[in-house]
Write a protein that binds this ligand. Structure first.
Ligand code: XMP
Length: 332
């Protein structure tokens, strides 16, 4: 019979057997899978692990702090924060096509992770020269889940292609053996293991959020100012959904800024010409299909009133009432 505790005990032993005295690196995304995988490895081999968090500047309000402060406090992990937000903004300048945006973000991500990983490798070699253990970083932790394994064809080779794809094809001098402690688990088991390991509820219970982050929720070019508008509107929506007790009813609720659209409004004595915000609450089992959530009008009203009052550039809030198919959950 599997319990979170027995899964942890078993994985800790397996990780120790695989890694020995070697050094391990793990990329954190802010999501639940990489956080739980890292926490398991930390429990197994402690200081042999270094985590890397590439801050692409496209996270929601408070999410970078959840990794940098709360995750570190809960696990005691060695964390290297790599602030690459300027590089991401530069790479996104003038880019409006959704696929081009995703490619630009993916490319920048690999570049940033590579640079951070090189520093971790160099630091490890330097401390080993000082007599401090095994200096070679040979292992990379991946938060691959059982459904990912199945989806990519089941066998070792197929799963490696997918995993490899996740780290985006690192160059030859940065090849690692993979450590995948979540390979046998489903999402709900991962959450249970994370909770048992003492991770913060905000991380363990996080709803799905796309890797490219707010970059694909700004329809139009991504700029610092637009990110700030969307981040504020999104924080208000999330706060009200949580306050209304809807977090477990709603699968996720993308908040989207139509940055290239303007509409006329009126506020006080003045005419405004602002941007619309789209609310996209969906109900789903697995994100393959979804329906728009019939959520209470009074909650929608509160979100709308607060966003239009508190975010000066937004003068209209609209609700997306499309199921998937035909609409995807994200707008890009
Ligand atoms: P769509 O928009 O395709 O989204 O209906 C399905 C689910 O996947 C999430 N999503 C992503 N997750 N990287 C991710 O890690 C991505 O590039 C990505 N794009 C979409 C989306 O939030 C939804 O849960």
């Amino acid at each position: 019979d599997w319990t979170p505790g027995s899964i942890i005990d078993e994985q800790v032993e397996l990780i120790r057997a695989q890694v020995g005295s070697g050094r391990v690196i793990c990329g954190l995304s802010g999501g639940v899978d990489s956080a739980v995988a890292a926490a398991l490895v930390q429990k197994a081999v402690g200081d042999q692990l270094t985590c890397v968090f590439v801050d692409h500047g496209l996270l929601r309000a408070g999410e970078a702090e959840q990794v940098e402060r709360d995750f570190v406090a809960a696990t005691g992990v060695n964390l290297k924060v790599w602030d690459a937000s300027e590089a991401f903004l530069a790479a996104l300048a003038g880019v409006t096509d959704p696929e081009a945006k995703r490619k630009a973000i993916g490319r920048e991500f690999i570049r940033a992770f590579e640079a951070a990983a090189r520093e971790v490798v160099a630091d490890a070699a330097a401390s080993a020269a000082g007599g401090d253990g095994d200096g070679e970083v040979r292992f990379l932790v991946q938060g691959t889940l059982y459904p990912d394994v199945v989806e990519s064809g089941g066998g070792e080779g197929a799963a490696n292609i997918k995993s490899h794809h996740n780290v985006g094809g690192l160059p030859d001098d940065l090849q690692f053996e993979l450590v995948e402690p979540l390979r046998a688990l489903f999402k709900d088991e991962v959450r249970a293991v994370g909770a048992e390991l003492g991770l913060p509820a905000e991380i363990v219970g996080r709803q799905p959020f796309p890797g490219p982050g707010l970059g694909i929720r700004i329809i139009g070019e991504v700029t610092q100012q637009r990110l700030e508008i969307l981040r504020t509107a999104d924080a208000i929506a999330r706060e009200e959904l949580t306050a209304a007790g809807l977090d477990s009813t709603i699968w996720q609720c993308p908040v989207v800024l139509l940055a290239d659209v303007r509409s006329v409004g009126v506020q006080g004595d003045g005419r405004t010409y602002g941007h619309p915000i789209v609310l996209r609450p969906v109900s789903s089992e697995d994100a393959m299909t979804a329906d728009w959530t019939r959520m209470p009008y009074d909650v929608l009203a509160r979100i709308s009133t607060r966003i239009t009052n508190e975010v000066a550039e937004v003068n209209r809030v609209v609700l997306d009432v499309t199921s998937k198919p035909p609409g995807t959950i994200e707008w890009e």
